[in-house]
Ligand binder design. Sequence first.
Ligand code: CP
Length: 319
Amino acid sequence: MDAVAAAAALSQKNLLGIADLSPEEIVLILDTAEAMKEVGRRAIKKVPTLRGRTVVNLFFEPSTRTRTSFEIAEKRLSADTLNVAIGTSSVVKGETLVDTAMNIEAMSPSMIVLRHGSSGACHLLARICKAAIINAGDGMHEHPTQALLDAFTIRERKGRIGGLKVAIFGDLLHSRVLRSNLLLLTKLGAEVWVCGPATLIPPGLARLGVRVTTRVDEAVEGADVVMMLRIQLERMEGGYFPSLREYFTTFGMTEARLKRARPDVIIMHPGPINRGVEIASEVADGPFSVILDQVSNGVAVRMAVLYLLAGGAEDETVA
Ligand code: CP
């Protein structure tokens, strides 16, 4: 933990989005996550950093990776952690997000990790809560810890992010993962391409400093990193493309299409995967895939975020 002990804290109390982070703060989180990953290799994967602090995981939308890895990260840092099960909470009786948060706040947690279907829900809680708010995905807005773990995985595999060609494919319209990744990757100097059907390309994307195309071959040509995004059927009411089969035929990532990428390309996907829709199983499970590395790295990155928001090196309980 020496590298962690040397790290500074973040300038803000909350992590609401990549938009609020400077390139230096992003690198600080990635560097801190490297030290946190070392904790995960130990026989006893626990440090006392957040002892005496309570972290509440408040997930209004389904999650496997994010909720689980936040909980593991909190436990590895010795926080008292609890998950609010929305399905058995008073939300089902009609209690609002604000009232739910104010009641949790009354029990003095240090941090609230929030996933919510509404864009801006985390900003709303940040305005009314004393607890630090960490965005675990808000509507179609941002998913900052996903972009941070993606960047950590790219840097781990490639040694850098600046100058790499990163090609991102799929549902560009509904993806909070895309938004956070575009902000992060352009801040760190990557050449970013995005590709999907015209109906799933939001207007103004090119203004974010990325190359936009509907041609998969053009985007994948010479790519160092291929990042697939899930087709978010739950946010669609139909009409974006004729059928899932046709989507796969035109935009699905296959071994044949991947041949145009660099020979050492890495394949990423935030999960959950729609096999045979945006990605072929041979690619998802193939030798270039780092999809499960992303999941492993999520724990270290979330430990780093929790640690730095808690005060970083000012916290005397780090050991
Ligand atoms: N990547 C991601 O956010 O996965 P979950 O929805 O399972 O948390």
